[in-house]
Design a protein around this ligand. Structure first.
Ligand SMILES: *Cc1c(COP(=O)(O)O)cnc(C)c1O
Length: 398
């Protein structure tokens, strides 16, 4: 099928919930993808921070093939080998003692919200309030949507799940005023992704945890986007040395395969007992086998080192562009989640880049988000900068 054939079929039969670019991607290898007409693109979007090891990483492909030959699915009525191994690897490399598996980020956050409620219900405490941040993003299902502190995603879907309170991100004073004896949890992305790559001040997460503890509330970190190596450490909270009670993961967790996970300490996880929560596909053999391969690759093949090195280099090159183009306001981020705030139309730049063979992403109207694979090379960053500066130069000529 060609690009135009796929586009026609999509328009006719797929619900119109995405503003798609007029190409269909049919193949990927490392940091490159090909469209249905055979055009190649350098990919700095990674399926939106999912393909952290690049497209079709051989270790992940092998794990999937081997597992598919043996067993694709079995229910959680039985024990699942790869699920138990991935859980042990996740707890062995994080603050957590226990894992619940699901299939997406929103589902992981739903599980986190349910666990926080159940934890206090078991303790016999009436606590329902969950504090989240303005400009946050936690997913599109109704609970996760209520947690998301952005009106544009909620409009038309009210009434939302109750008892969510939003406070400005990176504002400990506002948080201090919002917490009270009815607060069950404070939920936060250690770095906001969708909200514009917002990095909080040093000490913010520590202060946030102190604010929660002061009233006996739990802390939930949503590391769906910034976890799994994206910031140069396996989990973003490691940069600040502050651990949550509950953490959610999805996106990069299985090298491109759909998966979600909610991790917690033993003390909190004990509130979930048989029947409390479930997912038919959660922790299935295929997804968790891919997850094991992805996690081992990150830990054993120098991926985090490359992420830090490439991240520094990318920032350096983007700062270089800032000297040349006055419409660039700020470059910010950590590891390989980098935002570039502009006084220029982001969507137009993304469209122009696509026509020149580069996939980049824009959040809001004015912030370019760079989320290449953590395996991206210096040469690929140079190539990206070359294309982008050409697009920027074209913009100033108009
Ligand atoms: C993407 C994302 C989600 C939602 O994940 P889905 O898999 O799309 O449901 C939740 N939180 C954060 C921080 C995200 O980046």
């Amino acid at each position: 099928m060609s690009n135009s054939e796929i586009i026609e079929l999509t328009s006719k039969h797929v619900m119109n919930t995405y503003n798609r670019f007029p190409v269909a991607i049919v193949r990927g290898d490392g940091r490159r993808v090909w469209d249905a007409d055979g055009r190649v693109y350098l990919d700095f979007t990674s399926g939106l921070a999912v393909c952290n090891l690049g497209h079709s990483h051989p270790n992940v492909v092998k794990a999937l093939k081997d597992q598919a030959d043996k067993l694709i699915h079995i229910s959680n009525l039985y024990h699942i080998g790869p699920q138990s191994i991935l859980a042990s690897l996740l707890t062995g490399n994080s603050f957590a003692d226990k894992v619940f598996f699901c299939n997406s980020g929103a589902e992981a956050n739903e599980a986190a919200i349910k666990l926080a409620r159940k934890y206090f219900s078991v303790k016999g405490e009436e606590r329902f309030q969950i504090i989240t941040m303005e400009k946050s993003f936690h997913g599109r299902t109704l609970g996760a949507l209520a947690a998301t502190g952005q009106k544009k995603f909620q409009a038309g879907f009210e009434p939302l799940l109750e008892k969510f309170t939003y406070v400005p991100f990176d504002d400990l004073d506002a948080l201090g005023k919002a917490v009270n004896a009815k607060t069950a949890a404070i939920m936060v992305e250690p770095i906001q992704g969708e909200g514009g790559v917002n990095v909080p001040s040093k000490g913010y997460l520590k202060g946030l945890k102190a604010a929660a503890r002061k009233v006996g509330a739990l802390v939930i970190f949503d590391e769906i986007q910034v976890g799994f190596g994206r910031t140069g450490k396996l989990f973003a909270y490691e940069h600040e040395g502050v651990t949550p009670d509950i953490m959610t993961l999805a996106k990069g967790l299985a090298g491109g395969v759909a998966i979600g996970a909610m991790l917690a300490t033993d003390e909190v996880a004990a509130a979930f007992t048989p029947g409390s929560h479930a997912s038919t596909f959660g922790g299935n053999p295929l997804a968790t086998s891919a997850g094991i391969a992805a996690l081992k690759t990150i830990l054993e093949e120098g991926v985090l080192d490359n992420c830090r090195r490439s991240g520094h280099y990318l920032v350096e090159r983007l700062e270089g562009l800032k000297k040349e183009f006055p419409f660039i306001k700020e470059v910010r981020g950590k590891g390989l989640i980098i935002g570039m705030e502009l006084e220029a139309p982001g969507p137009e730049i993304v469209k122009e880049s696509l026509s020149k063979g580069l996939l980049i992403n824009c959040v809001g109207e004015k912030i370019l988000r760079f989320i290449p694979a953590l395996t991206v090379t210096k040469e690929e960053i140079d190539e990206m900068i070359g294309i982008l500066s050409g697009v920027f130069a074209g913009l100033t000529k108009k």
